[in-house]
Design a protein. Sequence first.
Lengths: 200, 195
Amino acid sequence: MSAFDQMVDDLLAEEEKVPCEFLHESHHLGWLDDDGDGDMLASGAKIELPVYLASELLRGNHVDVLTPQCFGPQTRNALKADPDVVNLRDKNEFFFAHGLRVAELTPDDEGLPKVLADAFEARYRRMLDTCLTGSDGDPGGLTHRLSSTESKLFRTGLAGQRDYQRWKAGQAGRITACDMIRHARKRQRCAPLGQSSTPA
Amino acid sequence: MSGVPSTCSALLRELRTSPWVPQYNEADVQKAIDEIDELRTHAHSVAHLDSFSDDDPAWTSTLTAEIQIYTHARACLIAYATCRLSKIMELRWAVGGELPAANRALLSPAELKFADAYDGVLAEYMGAVGGGLDLTNVASPPKELYVGVRVERSAGAVVLASGQVLQLNAHERHLLRRADAEPLILQGLVEHCQQ
């Protein structure tokens, strides 16, 4: 995970949407609204906008930002009841990064930061446990429930554990082909013969 | 146009899910540039309308939205290009030689030019600092001078760092000097076998 990969993730997290309500009409913005017609965006129009856009419009007092459904009471109750089993990837891939941005934009909603912090803490412990004690593999489909941030942590933990096992087995000095080459070769092997990998 | 354009984020998602870099997406990059251009021109023309007023939120919200959208799209596009270049440089260090053909096939002509130029400056630098020392070699301190390797697939003759020529036939074993063996292992031509 290089600094550039992190940059890509940050940019994508900024694109997650929040529901906004326009406080006045806007010229030439009708195209933002899928259901709207015409050039003019009406006052009171409710549209889902990316977070980067919502925050600027909020600063100019053009919109009100509402809490997205993925941070609604249903999710909060589920996270309080048993944080481990909630599938955060289904709710939002960048659940925590997006949650923090939403919390910034909806200061009246005081409960959200605490829900996020508690959920992260509880899930982190469980994840660490799985990394360090589990064998290779994915017990209980854990990785399918993780948000992007968690999944990065999980992979780092798993790699650390694997390096330790290799060192214990006296394999640490073994030189291997670099990951990028190994992946490229696997793909080549999987591709059916006589079919080029580039689309015509 | 309907809704916020998403070509740039599609490019980034593609980049994010691929093990190295995805095939350079010329069509989508061009489409993204066109979208940015369209919004930029539109924002510019709105600001110069006679009816435009700085104090009217109905106009300022339009400008804010359009400028934010194209600025973000531009940032995504720059990230796409920079991230790809950084991965090209990363791979050059990892394989310690020219990029393998399978990887080169994914790059655009401009990126290939960059890869070759990077190869050139790196070689020049290594020639200058160590008199021909290969800095990408021996990434970890060696335990033994010679390593045993097993050839996975026949790959013809290769010239080793020491100047020797070695014929790589499938399933043969060789005992090589570590400095000779390491680049071959990194490039995936042979496998390191330990006693």
